[in-house]
Design a protein around this ligand. Structure first.
Ligand code: SF4
Ligand code: SF4
Length: 372
């Protein structure tokens, strides 16, 4: 598989899941949100498969969801109701934003799959009771997986999962670092495809592909790109628009870091491979920079964003927010205030997954790039 294959995988992930099952004899378990402990699904012998909507037209979902619901949720339901998710052996919903929680209720009633698990994680993450509760929830989830997938999750399987996930996350981080040194090595949209595919693919195959990509990038003889580029940080829920990265690069910019589910939120943070595996998984969630659907302090997200801007020597911040995404929309004014106080240029791009970025937003974004 090469990077082009990874791009294609984004366009038709369910076809890939079908092949995994038919050719690899794998069980495939769908999930939403980066708060799903996918290491446990992997340790249960199944492939965790993050549900990202493709560019569907929304018809069927409108009978169940109000139109002021975010597009990732509406598209996911549309694809499920149109039969695309029948390939899945089960589905997992973590307790995160309201939209995902309500989608879980609707899905349970309308999308028959062999099993449906809600993982009710704590919202507040910075207390001892939250830690204990998180560990209990993970143990409960493990038992539910064992029952539904008819397997025993052994300590050995858990340790193998942790080692593999550490390797995968480390490899993605290495690729990201290589790009930072020389952006011409890999386009932003290619890196985006690598991260997104990492949440869908067979993880053993993925680990190998990532090693090959690192080798290939290391072997490239191109001299470092010294073109002056505006260095940008992206923040929001997720980006389902690979063309956005092209717009950034065409406009003379480069994405130097992100705070997105389709980026660092997935690959940041190693798991402790020496201690209790379930506690290690809990600790990563407790210490990772939270998304605004969770809470670990009044200003942790703002402080983190300011740190990123400083550490990555960024020229500006782009808020990529889905229309009707409550957690990120409520977070935006306070984050913006912190950036404005530090005179860090920032702009807001509001997007919907089923629509292309559009000329109006493109022009506005280009104006922002010129301004900084
Ligand atoms: S932004 Fe937060 S709630 Fe939304 S999918 Fe990502 S981790 Fe989950
Ligand atoms: S876009 Fe926002 S509201 Fe929608 S699923 Fe993601 S975090 Fe939740």
């Amino acid at each position: 598989m090469n990077i082009e294959d990874l791009h294609n995988l984004q366009n038709d992930p369910y076809n890939y899941a079908l092949r995994l099952k038919k050719e690899g004899g794998k069980k495939v378990v769908g999930y939403f949100c980066s708060y799903t402990p996918e290491e446990l699904i992997f340790a249960a012998g199944a492939t965790p498969f993050r549900i990202f909507g493709t560019r569907s037209t929304i018809n069927l979902a409108d009978a169940h969801l109000q139109s002021y619901c975010c597009s990732p949720v509406r598209i996911a339901l549309e694809e499920a109701l149109s039969g695309k998710t029948t390939v899945l052996d089960g589905i997992v919903f973590p307790h995160t934003c309201d939209s995902i929680q309500r989608l879980s209720d609707i899905w349970r009633l309308n999308v028959p799959l062999p099993f449906h698990i809600d993982v009710v994680l704590p919202v507040k993450l910075n207390s001892e009771s939250a830690r204990e509760y998180m560990i209990d929830v993970l143990h409960k989830f493990m038992k539910e997986l064992e029952k539904n997938l008819e397997v025993k999750i052994t300590e050995e399987a858990l340790r193998h999962a942790i080692a593999l996930y550490n390797k995968i996350r480390e490899s993605i981080k290495t690729i990201s670092d290589m790009r930072l040194i020389n952006p011409s090595l890999l386009k932003g949209s290619d890196f985006y495809s690598i991260v997104k595919s990492s949440m869908i693919m067979d993880r053993n195959d993925l680990a190998q592909i990532l090693s090959h990509i690192i080798q290939d990038l290391g072997a490239k003889k191109e001299t470092p790109d010294v073109t002056f580029r505006k260095r940008l940080v992206l923040t929001g829920a997720m980006c389902n628009h690979p063309d956005f990265y092209q717009i950034v690069e065409d406009g003379g910019g480069v994405v130097v870091w992100d705070d997105l589910c389709t980026g660092s939120r997935y690959f940041e943070g190693q798991l402790d491979s020496t201690g209790d595996p379930v506690i290690s998984i809990a600790e990563r969630y407790l210490h990772r920079i939270e998304c605004p659907a969770k809470h670990s302090g009044l200003s942790t997200r703002a402080e983190n964003l300011l740190d990123i801007v400083q550490n990555k020597n960024a020229d500006g911040v782009v808020f990529l927010i889905h229309k009707f995404c409550d957690p990120h929309s409520f977070d935006y004014p306070y984050l913006k205030k912190h950036l404005d106080n530090e005179r860090i240029p920032n702009t807001l791009i509001e997007m919907e997954d089923q629509a292309s970025i559009g000329e109006r937003l493109k022009t506005r974004f280009e104006a922002f790039l010129e301004m900084i």
